[in-house]
Design a protein around this ligand. Sequence first.
Ligand code: SF4
Ligand code: SF4
Length: 294
Amino acid sequence: KKDSAVKYKTIEEKTATHPCYNCGAHDYARMHLPIAPKCNISCNYCVRKYDCPNESRPGVTTEVLTPTEAFHKYMEVKKKVPNLSVVGIAGPGDVLANFEETKKTLELIREQDKEVTFCLSTNGLMLPQYANDLIDLGVTHVTVTMNAVDPKIGGKIYKYVHYMGVSYYGETAAAILMSNQLAGIKMLTSRGIICKVNIVMLKGINENHIPEVVKKVKEIGGTITNIMQLIPVKGSVFEELPLVNNQEIMAMRKLCGETMQQMYHCRQCRADAIGILGSDRSIEFNSCHKAADT
Ligand code: SF4
Ligand code: SF4
């Protein structure tokens, strides 16, 4: 229960100091805690020995922390990084495929810090199941990667989804994923949570479909979309997929900007990124949770 004498930051105030949601907040720092190694779907641009490329820079293998280690790391970073305003969890797998670890990590931090903003990114498969728990944990900003709203197109992007103990493939997999993404985002936005949707622009696959995805995001209350370049990962199904060029990405953002706000400054950070956007301090804090333990 909140102490009525204490005034906590509103979601609007948290957005104002979140460097990813507000370009004007570039002096504020965020940190990602890599506590989520498992994933429950298979995207054709991913190889699971690396970070989830839906939010993080692929080709980077981040050390995975337990919730307790993550908490110690947070306390260390908080001492040394001024203006730390956001704690995010962005992998290295999917946050909600590791819900217990996510919950424990956020609870430990919230006990010590009532103010810091909680931000998560997910593929959205488990959002309908966990959306209310996330809100109870104090999460205010959620990113969902949604590359299509048509199962025919989605069927070309996802190999499978593991859902409620069953594996689904192709268009069926895509249909389950998409309907959960849409339902989950709606649950969050209807309760005032800020949702960003990442869309990976895939040549010959979803490039002409993106405006439709953006329209849907707007309709269900999303705040911003982030149309991203594919970063090819060796060994993935899309390893050889030709890339859209920067001009094409910018043209698509401009076109979709007529529908809703677009993100232009995403750095596709690592799953253990620390600091202000564009100047990563993650190496400096590698294994610092161990020092804190002793
Ligand atoms: Fe890889 Fe992320 Fe897709 Fe999971 S959600 S398969 S970690 S890109
Ligand atoms: Fe922000 Fe993009 Fe980095 Fe996520 S990946 S922390 S949205 S800049």
